[in-house]
Ligand binder design. Structure first.
Ligand code: F3S
Length: 400
């Protein structure tokens, strides 16, 4: 059944607001019918995935160029997920020319509709921070779980096209995470282990996500976690279990557990078992970090680790362009570059064509990257703490 629509929504659906808005509203109404939404909810921002040429290919490019050619414009601020290359440094990255040309066309189609080329999966690190209770339409799975859980915003895990439609119409179907009744945990995880490293949060996220399978998770026993650690936790939960929301007692803005929720424990042995499962190969050709995109705090830490040293293997630190520019101003990019590493902006190890650049084995500290690198980039993955990958605990990555 068609949901009730406001006058403006009806105008868009009937084509009175232009063919692009009509096309977008038709998709949103179809989704509302599928999910049984009782109407639309206005959203304050959209974050759009499906931006890399690698993931959307020629069909995606054609669709976007057609939409842009109809004179379509967005209604609300909208931001892009990473593309398949550093938009300004793709030649240096050795991205194939044909790929780069198509990628730039995709970027052009999005920006001509008014979408900001932020090219990051961490918009919340560059000032896009919706408030508690604010409805948004974000698509990148790690950003969705961060926005819902850490910021307390309301968003479903949109697909790239539905987030784009929300940007064009300013609304999204009201179901799922937009409804208070669904923001309740059905799985409680008792964490009986210390989590000193960011990668530990990824391991925990892989365990919890695998059991939860989309259900909301409530963690007990985590005493302290900064935003970077929560970013790694949520990214892994989304990758291993399609989660969109978690709670941590005393840390996240919400905490609600259903009576009779399932209970599991994450202890030392469970963590060790998962860490072993994630670590497929002992050696890498390249070390990559910044999945989700690195914060300035992470870059500072890396610069501190590699200052005055020479890395034996290439290092990519994946970041948004905005954060890269701040890191450059602060001299951090130069320190990392002198050691042989790179701040790679706009893209990441998963959505770039790594397999076409000659890499076969990648070292990562992100559980989410472990999940996707084998299938999306044909990589074997060495999963470890970053300092171990870089060679600061008896490893082989760096020398004085
Ligand atoms: Fe972001 Fe790429 Fe990881 S989009 S979350 S860095 S797979």
């Amino acid at each position: 059944m068609e949901p009730p629509l406001t006058k403006k929504e009806r105008c868009m659906l009937d084509g009175e607001c232009g063919p692009g808005k009509q096309q977008a509203m038709e998709i949103l109404v179809a989704l509302a019918k599928i999910y049984g939404a009782k109407g639309m909810v206005p959203v304050t921002s959209a974050q759009i995935s499906g931006v890399s040429y690698k993931t959307i290919g020629d069909a995606g490019l054609e669709y976007l160029e057609d939409l842009a050619a109809k004179g379509t414009n967005i209604e609300i601020p909208a931001y892009l997920n990473p593309i398949g290359m550093d938009a300004q440094g793709w030649e240096e990255m050795k991205v194939p020319k044909d790929f780069a040309e198509k990628q730039l066309k995709i970027l052009n189609a999005y920006t001509s509709m008014g979408i900001k080329p932020t090219c990051t999966c961490t918009p919340y690190l560059i000032g896009v921070r919706p408030k508690v209770g604010e409805h948004i339409a974000w698509a990148e799975s790690s950003a969705v779980v961060f926005a819902n859980s850490v910021l307390g915003a309301r968003t479903n895990r949109e697909g790239g096209p539905s987030a784009l439609c929300a940007a064009i119409c300013g609304v999204t179907p009201k179901y799922g995470m937009h409804l208070e009744k669904n923001r309740i945990a059905d799985l409680v995880v008792d964490v009986e282990v210390a989590l000193p490293d960011r990668s530990d949060f990824g391991v925990l996220g892989a365990i919890a996500g695998g059991v939860a399978r989309g259900r909301v998770v409530a963690f007990k026993g985590i005493k302290k976690a900064d935003e970077d650690k929560l970013k790694y936790l949520g990214a892994a939960m989304a990758a291993f279990g399609s989660n969109s929301l978690f709670f941590i007692k005393g840390i996240t803005p919400e905490w609600k557990v259903r009576d009779g929720a399932e209970n599991i424990t994450a202890d030392e042995s469970e963590m060790a078992r998962m860490r072993k499962t994630l670590d497929e190969c002992p050696e890498e050709d390249i070390i990559t970090t910044g999945c989700p995109h690195a914060s300035l705090a992470e870059i500072k830490e890396i610069a501190g680790m590699v200052r005055g040293k020479k890395l034996k293997k290439p290092l990519w630190v994946c970041v948004s362009r905005a954060v890269k520019e701040i890191a450059a101003e602060q001299g951090l990019a130069e320190i990392i570059e002198k050691a042989g590493g790179k701040l790679v902006a706009d893209t990441c190890m998963v959505v770039s064509p790594m397999e076409e650049m000659g890499y076969k084995n990648t070292g990562v500290n992100s559980a989410k990257a472990v999940k996707y690198l084998p299938t999306m980039c044909q990589q074997r993955v060495h999963f470890a703490k970053l300092e171990d990958l870089l060679g600061f605990r008896g490893g082989k990555g760096a020398k004085k």
